[in-house]
Design a protein around this ligand. Sequence first.
Ligand SMILES: [Zn+2]
Length: 276
Amino acid sequence: MPELPEVETVRRRLQPLLEGRTLAEVEILDGRLTRPHDPDEVAAELRGERVDEVARRGKYLIVRFASGRALLVHLRMTGAFLHAPAGSLPGDPHRRAVVRMDDRSDVAYRDVRRFGTWLLLEPEEVEPYLAVRLGPEPLEDDFTPEFLRERLRGRRAPLKAAVLDQRTVAGLGNIYADEALWRARLHPRREAGTLRRPQLELLHGTIREALELGIARQGSTLRDYRTPDGAPGTMQHEFAVYGRLGEPCDRCGTPIERIVVGGRGTWFCPRCQRGR
Ligand SMILES: [Zn+2]
């Protein structure tokens, strides 16, 4: 599932293709994408909108229009974009939408598992919608160790589950949570409210490091996720723990273990990450 680094990679590829351009034609081929709204009505509303900015908040891709409206795209499991000169897209049974831009290029959205969503919001709806769902951006200044402390204080939930809450760290998902906890030498099942200040500061830093490395490697390529030009990211070759069951820990050589925390597969080093 695309997390912050993967969505940021998509954003950076789409930005020069979309910004300043107008959506000339919009075809939404799958009603699930815009549920509960009618796909043809959403397509009609999008037609003629001019793209001001391609932004991101957490795992949401935000296409902001000159009208003040915004299209919030959540890729969920397998959503992806492809870009090609008009009429030259290859056939694709998983295509869910096609947008023809005013420069005669096509931007197609494909989604094998069909969990992705497109939500068109009116200008006054955009910030409130995001504000109730997302905490601060982890790479921005308002994400601080103090904020993390406030969010985790008194919580008995496992640490991994607590940091996956998008109101704690926007954009952090299963992969980069495991990587950040390994870097901080913290057990994923540790009670979230028991971290002391040095550990909170350490975790704050390792969340950023894990995400920044992911962005630098243009995300990871797992299953059906690809960057918009079809190129694979390379982050999956640098995971310290995620998906590495039985392989030696990079730090101590102990075989990586897999457990389930909060319903999510979780990889960790049983030697480096003690003290649950
Ligand atoms: Zn280790």
